[in-house]
Design a protein around this ligand. Structure first.
Ligand SMILES: Cc1cc2nc3c(=O)[nH]c(=O)nc-3n(C[C@H](O)[C@H](O)[C@H](O)COP(=O)(O)O)c2cc1C
Length: 406
């Protein structure tokens, strides 16, 4: 991030305190930061703290005759190489989506030609409101990249999506957007559940949220690994900079993965349904008579992980599978490692008590042929970054070895 010009817009939400830490992270990474606070933003963090941390004076007024003698809002827009709105309030997303410019922050945004990223933060019901979702969709289609929000407990006591991402997660997204040097490595990551159609209105699926796989794809991309994310149906919006191929069923995911090859790395994080109906019913199935039981004949889905790990010519150099288990975690994971012929298994307990499916944290054990390594509980983002670091050094060491051998 050395010398990159980042303009931070801080809106009026509880999460504004996290933006102070974000400024510290950005500056530690070498970026030059200027900030604009909305009038509400100033009620949550003081201009004095923001200006002390950015090392730049702060001016929040649009109709300021001194600053605007040089067209201050246009100058700021020209100066910025990237604008980050954090926290982005429901109100400010609405102003942005409508292209309004009632204050300095929104006027700068309207005048800017650089990329814009938003880290939304709001109460779960504000987030889920159709108006907010409409604004969000409009902004995403205008090219604004959303970072989060995350799901979790809120300051108001509610629980759900709407919490602003932690500063290190925002920093990671900013680094990815700002273009880290390409490593020349390529990766395919699957994430989310699959959905197997029963009839036009019903389907079989599972509780996977896609959060862990999306975080892994983002962490790999942030390291300069060209990553394709193959994503099953999920409510989480992946970062816009990730190349994402959306699929529904296991068969579609299988095809998409094989079409995306070759790659140096394959991470199979998706919770792929094991079974499907051979042919989904054309019309909605009706209850007939008074039957008390009902049987569906299910057929085995293609095994995506094994089909890639057992490839002869096109096999990625590193194949990493996930084992989601509710009992005998290590025994089942070791069996999976051998039977699927992959290089590593990331084993995680997804029993109801673990809170892993859909939750913010994960506790995993990494298994290879030689080793079993227990990792401490981490957020899914932390786990993704740690795993991406381990993967990169393994692939890079392998490449050095290849070169020495060659
Ligand atoms: C204590 C408090 C906390 C608030 N937290 C949020 C929040 O997290 N997200 C949000 O969208 N609005 C929040 N609001 C409402 C905004 O502050 C309000 O909509 C304001 O007009 C936003 O202005 P801005 O978008 O110009 O910053 C909060 C209000 C109060 C009083």
């Amino acid at each position: 991030m050395q010398d990159r010009h980042i303009l931070l817009i801080i809106c009026g939400g509880i999460a504004a305190y996290k933006s102070l830490e974000l400024i510290r992270c950005l500056r530690k990474d070498g970026a030059e930061v200027k900030a604009v606070l909305t009038a509400a933003g100033e009620k949550f963090v003081t201009p004095l703290s923001v200006s002390a941390l950015t090392g730049n004076p702060i001016n929040n007024a649009l109709l300021d005759h001194e600053a605007e003698a040089d067209f201050g809002h246009i100058e700021l827009a020209r100066w910025a190489e990237l604008i980050v709105v954090a926290p982005a309030t429901a109100d400010f997303l609405s102003i942005m989506a409508q292209g309004q410019a009632p204050d300095l922050a929104s006027a700068v945004l309207l005048a800017a030609t650089c990329p814009v990223m938003c880290a939304p933060a709001m109460n779960v019901h504000m987030w889920q409101k159709p108006a907010t979702q409409r604004n969000l969709a409009a902004l995403v289609s205008d090219g604004v990249e959303m970072i989060g929000p995350e799901e979790g407990e809120m300051a108001c006591g509610d629980f759900g999506p709407g919490r602003m991402c932690e500063p290190d997660v925002i920093l990671q997204a900013i680094c990815a957007r700002s273009g880290v040097p390409a490593t020349g490595l390529t990766a395919i990551v699957t994430a989310g559940p699959t959905r197997e159609s029963i009839d036009p209105v019903r389907y079989l699926t599972n509780r996977s949220s896609g959060k862990q796989g999306i975080a892994i794809a983002a962490a790999l991309a942030a390291r300069g690994i060209r990553t394709k994310l193959i994503l099953g149906p999920t409510e989480i919006v992946p970062p816009a900079h990730l190349q994402t191929i959306s699929v529904t069923s296991a068969a579609e995911m299988h095809t998409a993965v094989h079409e995306a090859l070759p790659a140096d790395l394959f991470v199979a994080c998706a919770a792929v349904a094991d079974w499907r109906l051979a042919v989904p019913h054309e019309h909605k199935m009706k209850k007939r008579g008074r039957e008390e039981t009902f049987t569906l004949e299910l057929h085995r889905n293609p095994d995506i992980l094994a089909s890639v790990a057992k490839l002869k010519g096109n096999r990625p150099r590193l194949v990493v599978g996930f084992a989601a288990e509710t009992e005998n975690l290590i025994g089942n994971a070791r069996h999976k490692l051998a039977s699927k012929a992959c290089d590593w298994i990331v084993a995680n307990d997804v029993g109801a008590a673990s809170g892993t499916f859909g939750g913010a944290h994960n506790t995993v054990t990494i298994l290879t042929d030689q080793k079993t390594e227990e990792w401490p509980t981490m957020t899914k983002q932390e786990l993704a970054r740690t795993l991406a670091g381990r993967i990169q050094s393994t692939l890079t060491d392998g490449r050095d070895q290849d070169q020495l051998d060659g």
